[in-house]
Design a protein around this ligand. Structure first.
Ligand SMILES: C[S@@+](CC[C@H](N)C(=O)[O-])C[C@H]1O[C@@H](n2cnc3c(N)ncnc32)[C@H](O)[C@@H]1O
Length: 357
């Protein structure tokens, strides 16, 4: 399955494969891209019940029924209208409008758990610990076990987490280009926040999985990562049915340095685009401010021009008056009244100017 992307274009239509890319989101993040890997899981393990934690648009949910699942419990506390109508089309998909991990105990024990809900240590660690204790033979898959969530908590907001379950968080987001959060990074725009610090204890999705598996005895478990789409993790008890075959089937993907390099490059390019968008908006704001300043200065210049014109007119009238006073024998008798008026106006003008300075 390749989302309709033909690998090779024909001589008649050389652009066909890449044209499909125009319809894809700029940043692919959905587990629906991993259908090939789910096919490997379903090929080696009978999977009838699925619990899908974190559903978003619902574009993955029907993959499980397509591959043979009877029931899929789709857990999402914030379902959109799009999700409701997508799930309503398939009677084997059941919307569960609740928060994981609390809801897990209320659902039937599943053969497959898909963990892609709240991306932080407290939630994921509790989810994995619950599954290991209550469904130890289940296949567990995760999204976001690599950068940026691997070692840095992300909190869907408003978050129910408090106290030690939550690190100091920020609306700024991570970027490939430096280690600290930045407003030009992968920001949640109100939907989620990030832990200010990355690394250390009790921080991030991968750290959460590692700790839960270590507590259960790491040697008894397989945990592998397909380094694509932000990190697709797969966890199985070594003695669980199909575990060895599933891990062997996934090995070309989990061991691929090529996939890992392309993924890192994809994320770098995307965060570069975010940075450029941020800078473009900042420049547009600067340009707006500059335009306002130019308009205010133009207005001031117009006022100064008007003032100058008035002053020049007053000076001309003054000059005429002085001439008339200097030449009392001119043909016309001097207009003493307007001369006095001009002198008064000139005096007022100089007083105004003196006050202004
Ligand atoms: C990254 S999206 C899931 C994407 C989806 N699995 C896919 O691959 O297309 C995460 C989803 O988890 C939901 N979520 C957040 N906190 C949750 C929680 N505590 N339990 C279950 N779902 C949660 C969010 O509402 C969001 O829809």
């Amino acid at each position: 399955m390749n989302h309709g992307v033909d690998v090779i274009g024909s001589r008649e239509d050389p652009h066909a494969p890449i044209r499909v890319a125009r319809g894809l989101p700029l940043m692919l993040h959905s587990l629906s891209l991993l259908r090939e890997q789910f096919e490997i899981v379903f090929a080696h393990r009978k999977i009838k019940k699925v619990v899908e934690v974190g559903v978003e648009s619902g574009q993955v949910s029907s993959i499980y029924t397509d591959l043979g699942a009877d029931e899929v419990y789709c857990v999402d506390p914030y379902p959109s209208d799009e999700l409701r109508s997508t799930l309503a089309k398939n009677p084997r998909l059941h919307l569960v409008e609740s928060l994981s991990p609390a809801v897990l105990a209320e659902l039937p024990v599943a053969d497959l758990y898909v963990i892609d809900g709240d991306h932080n240590y407290a939630v994921v660690n509790a989810e994995v610990a619950w599954i290991i204790a209550n469904a130890p033979n289940a296949v567990v898959v995760f999204n976001d076990v690599l950068w940026p969530c691997a070692r840095r908590d992300m909190y869907y907001e408003p978050s129910p987490l408090t106290g030690a379950d939550r690190h100091e968080s920020s609306a700024d987001g991570p970027t490939v280009f430096h280690d600290e959060l930045t407003p030009a990074g992968l920001v949640g725009l109100g939907a989620f926040t990030w832990s200010v610090e990355a690394g250390g204890e009790r921080n991030g999705v991968l750290t959460a999985v590692e700790d839960a598996v270590a507590a259960a005895g790491a040697d008894d478990w397989y945990f592998e990562i397909v380094p694509a789409v932000f990190g697709f993790g797969i966890l199985m008890r070594k003695t669980a049915p199909g575990a060895e075959k599933i891990m062997a089937g996934l090995r070309p993907y989990t061991s691929s340095k090529l996939i890992a390099t392309l993924e890192a490059n994809r994320i770098a390019l995307y965060t570069r685009v975010l940075q450029m968008q941020y800078e473009a908006v900042a420049h547009a704001n600067d340009t707006d401010r500059l335009a306002e300043t130019v308009s205010a200065q133009r207005h001031e210049i117009e006022q100064m021009h008007a003032e100058l014109a008035r002053t020049l007119q007053e000076a001309a009238e003054l000059r005429r008056t002085v001439d008339e006073l200097r030449h009392p024998h001119s043909a016309e008798p001097p207009d003493l009244l307007s001369a006095a008026r001009n002198l008064k106006r000139a005096a007022e003008h100089f007083v105004r100017k003196a006050r202004h300075h």
